[in-house]
Design a protein around this ligand. Sequence first.
Ligand code: SF4
Length: 762
Amino acid sequence: MDTISSTPTHCPYCALQCGMNLTPLAEGGVEVSERADFPVNQGALCGKGRTAAEVLAPGVRLTSPLVRRNGRLVEAGWTEALDLIAERLGSTRAAYGADALGVFGGGGLTNEKAYTLGKFARVVLGTSQIDYNGRFCMSSAAAAGTRAFGLDRGLPFPLADIPKTGCVILVGSNPAETMPPSLRYFRELRENGGTLIVVDPRRTRTAEQADLHLAPRPGTDLALALGLLHLVVAEGRTDEAYIRERTTGWAEARAAAMAHWPEYVERITGVPVPQLREAVRLFCEPEAAMVLTARGPEQQSKGTDTVGAWINLCLATGRAGRPLSGYGCLTGQGNGQGGREHGQKADQLPGYRKLDDPAARRHVAEVWGVAPDSLPGPGRSAYELLDALGTDIRALLLMGSNPVVSAPRAAHIEERIKSLDFLAVCDVVLSETAELADVVLPVTQWAEETGTTTSLEGRVLLRRQAVTPPPGVHSDLYVLHELAARLGVEKGFPTDPEEVFTELRRASAGGPADYSGITYRRLAAENGVFWPCPEPAETGPGTGRPERSVTGAGADRSVAGAGADRSVAGAGADRSVAGAGADRPEPAENDSDTAGPEPVEAVPGVVHPGTPRLFLDRFATDDGRARFANVTHRPTAEEPDAEYPLILTTGRVVAQYQSGAQTRRVTELNTAAPGPFVELHPRLAARIGAAEGDPVTVVSRRGRATAPARITSAIRPDTLFMPFHWPGAGRANTLTNPALDPTSRMPEFKSCAVRVETAAEA
Ligand code: SF4
């Protein structure tokens, strides 16, 4: 492997985006080592990050295009492969129209790739049918956050605020398995006297570290949040001044909560009333507190309302938009945040603009050099798009996703994919979805390319190239450039990531996720910049004037001192300084990892410092107030019954990542977690006669999955758990329910009705 140099960069996997150093070795291969200067993980890495370089090896990653001949994928040249893709996309469009072409992206793609993929779909293909696997990740939190605050940024405050708050309710999140280095924030919280409440149907490794563990039936988190809010009101713990001055919709939300008596909530959730009261006490007594959600409440057919109910709890107690307090979402995928901001989502344009907003269309169309009317409207959401394959959608271009393993009702989706007229996949490895393709293109990954990602904090980061890609491998940007040219669009699809980022900055300027003041130089010098970060008026991309750069953290921020007590309300909002932070706790002196002083408005000629904390003065809604959600409890889409008496919930294990396409190829990880399992309670195991390790079959209305039993009292007796990282007979997503949330279009991964059988019964 030809090498460049030892390089500081970031992990290819989850949204924590841990910093790491990569050092090419003389004997071949690449060493991953500690990078202590990145504040989020301070050198710590989980096993996935530590072993990530194994996927760089030519024997593991793809190094040649593959084309299907006589039913088999065989090696081919790039020209042949690209010609074939362009010809099939073009002929399909000619025969069936542009919307017969589908594009499916991924939350692991860099901002540059996500941006270019969205532009390619709308400008080159002219199709509205583009979405991405992030729809299956945090879309309910994004929808609820936008509804409540006018803006979705996973965490509207840095992770570094967690140890300084008084209480965190962690809802449906298991960072001990998903992002272990983040546990230090919760450990420090407790060392500082704060408390941790974990809401999870399972006593996970995270729940074991909590002061209080609430274990509701899967799919009842909405009722749980309403029950807590009921008690907040009944015990006189609301913040009436805050509600009056900073929110709207309280009367309806209050009435809904008051209809959820604690005893009623106990019947729905299974959480005893004394635990509800204790949770309210722990959450309300400190001056500051947070609610953080993850996939548990979000991956439900009522995910948006469920998250909305938890946000209501924050609003009623005056938590959101106050220092060291508020609501946040722990986004999962490496670029889950940036991936949803820059145009690969069915209803979004770059900068987190709405595709059906005429002003947004005009702005982006101008950047792209096309007529606004030429841009298609919103398309299908991820599951709906996959479900339309082979019928309305005849050809699919897929980048960085593996829906054969990760989509709900996966056996059906696998059949839909097989029914396509044409499938082209760009990936690093031959995933289960790539195995079904007509053409597979081996593209650059992580350490082989430069690009930006946006972490769960909203911190834009520079991933640097550390090694030269193997011969035969090109970047996704090259693929889109070549396909655009073959389809008649010669310009507008650069292959240089920094050039793409410069255009992205222009496209995002003035939008909710404004990146216009962020440059590669700043990212390198400052270890990341939090958006929104608008460009000063008289500089920036396209103005012809030089861009200022900073040479170190906090450099050239003279304006920040003048405005140190200012705070940003939200992108494009009317910002004020009056009264900000008057009675708030002071940030710790050594708060360097929160990117320095509080943000200020963009001042002409002065570099904007970025925005670590949002909403401190006002929310990003038209009137600056947060909106309570008017939500009530409702059952899951599929409640247990006589035929399917149990609930299946799905999730992750520490040694695998998402569909496992990369991590299943890493020896250490595969040894630690070689296959799926079914977690079940000892009483249930005894009832069906299953012993530890026995194969058991879980059956839902959509299919069957068989895996060894793992018997543990850490799970409710009415609930089964399966991790979803594997294909084949133990594929958990064969069972899951594609019932969609009406707002976010999130499928109900977290709850479906099942029965369990031993091998003898099956
Ligand atoms: Fe950090 Fe996540 Fe990578 Fe693990 S997988 S090293 S937690 S970024």
